[in-house]
Design a protein around this ligand. Structure first.
Ligand code: COA
Length: 172
């Protein structure tokens, strides 16, 4: 994946809003794991039972997680802090791991990460993006041009089954 850095200034809160998107390194794995849990526990509790979210995000990361972060993740950073994550499989166009830490939400980081991943996909010549959205985040993805309304079952690597909304975006 391209190791492009993108620095963005969001006008809404210029004193805090400068962030950079870069390829993740192995040392980002702990922060990525913590952000995933914090983001889910902040935003998904209205859409899923708490015990399901605990099962999804609780405990410690698998041994494979640092490998996945190093190989496939991008991170958004604010100063020295990792503020958000995202990843795309450039063979399939599947986007995953879109999480922003609650302390950094609503500053444009989620949108910037999505636009960055879309740019990588276009550079790769992909024709379509796809993702499985949480029930709470589907409006966010719709605002970025993704389509999909049907609720389906997401099967997590830990064997958990939970509702999701499969969504796609054509890149014509
Ligand atoms: C969804 C998420 C990534 C958005 O990150 P973010 O950095 O806060 O988003 P941004 O600041 O870039 O938001 C940009 C716009 O989307 C809107 N938005 C953010 N989350 C939204 C949501 N869940 N539903 C509808 N709109 C949303 C913002 O209000 C903002 O709109 P505005 O510019 O008109 O005010 C973040 O809320 C998150 O991590 N959620 C919990 C985890 C999750 O469910 N992730 C999706 C996994 S599939």
């Amino acid at each position: 994946m391209a190791a492009t850095n993108l620095t963005t200034m969001v006008p809404k809160s210029p004193e805090l809003a400068r962030f950079t998107i870069r390829k993740a390194v192995r040392a980002d794995a702990d922060a990525a794991w913590d952000i995933r849990r914090a983001a889910v526990m902040s935003e998904c509790t209205s859409a899923y039972p708490l015990d399901q979210l605990e099962q999804w995000t609780g405990g410690t990361a698998s041994r494979a997680f640092p490998d996945a972060v190093e190989e496939r993740f991008l991170v958004a950073t604010v100063g020295e802090h990792v503020a958000g994550t995202g990843m795309i499989d450039l063979t399939t166009g599947k986007i995953d791991a879109i999480f922003v830490h609650p302390a950094y939400m609503k500053r444009g980081i989620g949108v910037a990460m999505m636009r960055h991943l879309e740019t990588l996909a276009r550079l790769q010549g992909l024709r379509e993006l796809k993702l499985d959205s949480t029930l709470n985040a589907a409006p966010f993805y719709r605002s970025l041009g993704f389509e999909g309304n049907q609720i389906a079952q997401y099967h997590s690597p830990r064997g958990l089954t939970m509702d999701c909304v499969p969504m796609t975006k054509r890149l014509d």
